[in-house]
Design a binder for this molecule. Structure first.
Ligand code: FES
Ligand SMILES: [Fe+2]
Length: 392
């Protein structure tokens, strides 16, 4: 892997950290250079807590699926104790990528190449003919050293986080500043009320751009009047406030006028302890690096990013409601559909913008840009987070 200084002029990164009046954004190489992406994979996607999916996508014991995190093959699995586990998706024998597609594991994870088999805890339990025909064990081979390699993981609000290099602080500590911020609307005891909607709970969008554009756009409300005229008709710039998490791990914006207008007299049930005098507050926070969260009195969503390469990102939207009736009953189906379409519309409006920024980054005249000292603070916050982590 090349050093960062061989890929770009480090002065361009240092200027990101200046006061917003003097700072520029991240330089073009951070969006266009493949060598840079390998630095980012290591310093960000391996070193930090990163989202790779939701537990609801593997709801039953034995459900398993592969996921590639910027080329790192992983297995996500629900074990016999109903716990999510993540393993490196590579056989300890000769390195075959074991799981190729979503499946149901009955008892063992079997490698298709020579049938070495692992239990759901990753332990190697069968090595057929390893000592010659019909000899399934071998004196000189110890199974106990050849299990699947588990990846450090943690589930929070159904989101599956991994820390590949096992070097970040404990997840509970990591999330505390954001979790504490939300206690006033959403006490911790109410957080397990969220239920994934099976019919209108998921959509994905393919963004022809670098993953960072999605985050930096999500953080700010400056673009609302021009990019989201529909949303802006009831939720204007003035009705928003900025959020900059400290220590620097998240940023975003809140609105004080959350009040979607659906065609129905029915209303979704709300979180039981959401304060009545704050029911029009909703917050939209990007938790770095790759998940954008939205909390409202009546639903929660997580919009997470799967970076594929510098210029291609898959965006996954997962929507949750308060209790099973809201999430899955016929009664609320039309409301769920309207809410789904609202978010799909908004996120699609953003797609055009973030793809346009990718195109703009091909201009050699662009130096990372000059921020609005008032409106771009959360975005600047994110750029600083990236700059600090890749310099480490
Ligand atoms: S590579 Fe998996 S059993 Fe041989
Ligand atoms: Fe937007």
């Amino acid at each position: 892997m090349k050093k960062l200084s061989q890929i770009l002029d480090l002065k361009k990164i240092k200027v990101v950290n200046k006061n917003i009046h003097k700072a520029h954004g991240l330089p073009n190489e951070c969006y266009t250079d493949d060598e840079y992406l390998s630095v980012e994979r290591k310093k960000i996607f391996e070193n930090k807590w990163v989202v790779i999916g939701v537990g609801s996508s593997i709801p039953n014991v034995g459900d398993a699926k592969p996921f590639d995190l910027l080329g790192i093959p992983l297995i996500i699995l629900r074990d016999k104790n109903n716990k999510i586990k993540v393993f490196h998706n590579v056989c300890s024998h000769r390195g075959y990528k074991i799981l190729q597609e979503k499946c149901k594991i009955k008892n063992v994870i079997r490698c298709p190449y020579h049938s070495w088999s692992y239990d759901m805890g990753g332990k190697l339990i069968a090595t057929p003919h390893i000592g010659g025909m019909n000899k399934h064990s071998c004196n000189k081979f110890s199974k106990s050293k050849s299990g699947l390699k588990e990846v450090r993981s943690h589930v929070w609000l159904d989101l599956i986080f991994v820390n590949i290099n096992n070097n970040e602080i404990d997840f509970e500590k990591y999330i505390e500043p954001l979790s504490d911020r939300w206690k006033k609307f959403w006490p911790i005891k109410d957080r397990d009320l969220i239920v994934y909607s099976k019919d209108y709970g998921y959509f994905n969008l393919n963004a022809k751009c670098n993953w960072k554009f999605a985050i930096e756009n999500y953080c700010e409300s400056y673009h609302l009047p021009w990019v989201h005229p529909g949303l802006n008709s009831y939720s204007k710039i003035d009705d928003h406030y900025h959020i900059q998490g400290l220590p620097n791990r998240f940023a975003g914006q809140g609105t004080m006028v959350y009040n979607p207008r659906f065609k129905s007299s029915l209303k979704f049930p709300t979180f039981p302890n959401w304060p009545k005098d704050q029911e029009h507050i909703a917050e939209y926070v990007a938790l770095f690096p790759n998940v954008m969260l939205g909390i409202h009195k009546d639903h929660f969503y997580a919009y997470w990013l799967e970076p594929v390469n510098n210029e291609y990102t898959k965006e996954h939207m997962e929507i949750f409601y308060v209790g099973n009736e809201a999430a899955n009953s016929k009664k609320f189906k039309s409301l769920r559909k309207q809410n789904f379409e609202l978010w799909k519309g908004v996120q699609s409006e953003d797609l055009n913008i973030i793809e346009g920024m990718q195109d703009g980054r091909k201009s050699p005249s662009y130096n990372g840009g000059n921020f609005s000292p008032v409106m771009d603070n959360p975005t600047h916050h994110f750029h600083k987070w990236v700059a600090n982590n890749i310099m480490k």
